[in-house]
Design a protein around this ligand. Structure first.
Ligand SMILES: Nc1ncnc2c1ncn2[C@@H]1O[C@H](COP(=O)(O)OP(=O)(O)OP(=O)(O)O)[C@@H](O)[C@H]1O
Ligand SMILES: [Mg+2]
Length: 510
């Protein structure tokens, strides 16, 4: 019997009279990796914020190594030994690695920051976790994955008993996930208790010792992973069978647009130096072009260029055989393009606007701000997509910042569907979305294609691409290196085409 490290009993939390956590019990042991699971909006992030001092609970108790604690702030929780890495890594890009590691607690000598000591300590800390980063380099030099591991090193160095990670792997590629897991296992073996939130069940089975499942704000089960077959876990999360949840999607494969349909959208020799090498791409209505490649391979850059966020310095674009200048997103929208970005926090949601206003935003931009979308039409559109995508809570007046991460993601997708685009570019449409909604979004992509929309879908989920893409472009090192069609599309051939990048923490160097 291992020792209980962190226990929470009967945690309640309401927002505006709505109970989002209801009598939640949670127990974390030392030397354990514990996955906190549940559908979008189940209350996972809220529970973590309470246990890490970011929110105050309404009721309940919390104890660390048997002693009651009541952290009133993230700093207080840290001082107690409870560290957190939120999904948006809270480091400062323009400071050095060492400065980030010792932010707010720089070693001092005679009143001044002792830079030599800080660098030396930082180097030792990096070496301990096998992080191949230079203490004197600015943080912006490193990939998201490396930054994330640096954030973890900082959190553990600060706190050292309990570590909370809210969807840490959401923007990492497969190799980076393994590098992160190597560090987490090492920390677990040193006795730390680690709580990780993720929607990737494969990762849960790979790394977790135990899982706790939340559903609608209640704790519905806590088990050792070895005693919980995947089917049972899914049933626990959904409160029903996955087969049942996805039954309506086996609508059958719609036939492909006839191969001689002319390409409505054509990019020739299209590229931008330092961002993406010139590529040719012709897209017909009813096609789903999947874009595969590792993080940093140029997937998002391809999308940004096509949508006019970045400007090309070579090549040309045509729509229906006529040249077009995609010099801005507005110009692309005018041509019938839509794009759902990867970074919903920075490029997507407008936090203070309501769910309804967020949904009609792109439609409004397309029609021009001079003629506001009438309230009745906005109500109808919001109602339609809230229902179609099962956005929860289904309250169009609620400021979107109060929705859970996954529900915000669905709202952004609704925004672009509302413009009824001819070409829809989706950058990681299922990231951060729970398994039930996952299946719904895949079904939706297939439906849109059958209705004659052209789609370009960027995804790190290779199995997903295989399920819906009619063509897959593989990117590596900012080049379009391979195009797979028909029978060539398989997980194996996609993986085989993806080259291995550099720039990762050295593995096992500790
Ligand atoms: N600051 C807030 N104000 C009002 N409501 C909130 C706030 N934070 C969360 N909620 C609501 O609490 C519920 C739980 O949200 P939470 O973010 O904890 O879900 P989650 O399980 O992390 O979901 P996801 O997987 O989508 O990230 C949701 O219905 C959400 O709308
Ligand atoms: Mg969350």
């Amino acid at each position: 019997m291992r020792d209980e490290l962190l226990t929470a009993r009967g945690i309640d939390k309401s927002f505006y009279g709505v109970k989002v956590l209801d009598g939640v019990d949670f127990t974390l042991h030392g030397a354990e990796i514990h996955a906190l699971l549940g559908e979008n909006g189940a209350g996972k992030s809220t529970l973590v914020k309470i246990l890490t001092g970011a929110y105050r609970r309404d009721a309940g108790h919390m104890a660390l190594v048997g002693a009651e604690v009541e952290p009133r702030s993230v700093a207080e929780a840290q001082a107690l030994g409870i560290g957190t890495v939120y999904q948006e890594v809270n480091l400062l890009d323009n400071l050095t690695v060492a400065e980030n590691l010792y932010l707010g607690r720089q070693p001092r000598r005679m009143g001044l920051v002792d830079h030599r000591r800080m660098r030396r300590d930082a180097a030792a800390l990096l070496a301990r976790y096998g992080i191949a980063a230079d203490p004197d380099e600015t943080l912006s030099h490193y990939s998201v994955a490396v930054r994330q591991i640096i954030a973890i090193a900082r959190a553990v160095d600060l706190s050292g008993k309990v570590l909370f990670l809210d969807e840490p792997t959401a923007s990492l590629d497969a190799r980076e996930v393994q590098a992160l897991f190597t560090v987490l296992k090492q920390l677990r073996d040193q006795g730390l208790g680690i709580v990780i939130i993720t929607h990737f069940l494969d990762q849960v089975y790979q790394i977790a010792d135990r899982v706790t499942v939340l559903r609608n704000g209640r704790m519905v089960g806590s088990r050792a992973i070895a005693e919980l077959p995947r089917r049972d876990l899914v049933a626990l999360m959904l409160g029903r069978d996955l087969a049942e949840a996805t039954a309506h999607r086996a609508a059958g494969d719609a036939p492909l647009a006839a191969p001689d349909t002319p390409a409505a959208f054509q990019f020739t020799d299209y590229g931008k130096r330092g961002s993406i090498a010139p590529f040719d791409l012709a897209i017909r209505p009813g096609e789903v072009v999947g874009i595969a490649g590792l993080l940093g391979s140029g997937r998002t850059e391809t999308a940004r260029l096509m949508f006019g966020i970045d400007r090309p310095d070579s090549g040309s674009a045509m729509v229906d055989g006529l040249p077009v200048a995609l010099t801005s997103p507005e110009a692309a929208i005018a041509q019938g393009f839509g794009m759902c970005p990867e970074e919903r926090k920075t490029d997507g949601i407008v936090g203070d606007l309501s769910l309804r206003q967020n949904i009609v935003l792109a439609l409004q931009a397309r029609r021009g701000w001079a003629c506001p979308v009438p309230r009745r039409e906005a109500d109808a559109i919001a109602a339609r997509y809230i229902k179609a995508l099962d956005i929860r809570p289904p309250d169009p007046d609620r400021p979107i910042k109060f929705l859970s991460g996954g529900n915000q993601q669905k709202a952004i997708l609704a925004r672009w569907l509302a413009t009824d685009p001819r070409l829809l570019i989706l950058d990681e449409p299922t990231r951060g979305i729970d398994i039930g909604a996952h299946a719904e979004i895949i079904a939706l992509i297939q439906q849109l294609r059958a209705d004659g929309m052209a789609l370009v879908v960027i995804s790190s989920e290779i199995e997903e691409l295989v399920a819906y893409a009619t063509r897959v472009i593989v990117l590596s090192d900012r080049h379009h290196i391979r195009e797979l069609t028909g029978d060539q599309i398989s997980a194996q051939s996609i993986v085989a085409a993806m080259a291995l990048p550099g720039d990762l923490p050295a593995e096992g160097a500790a």
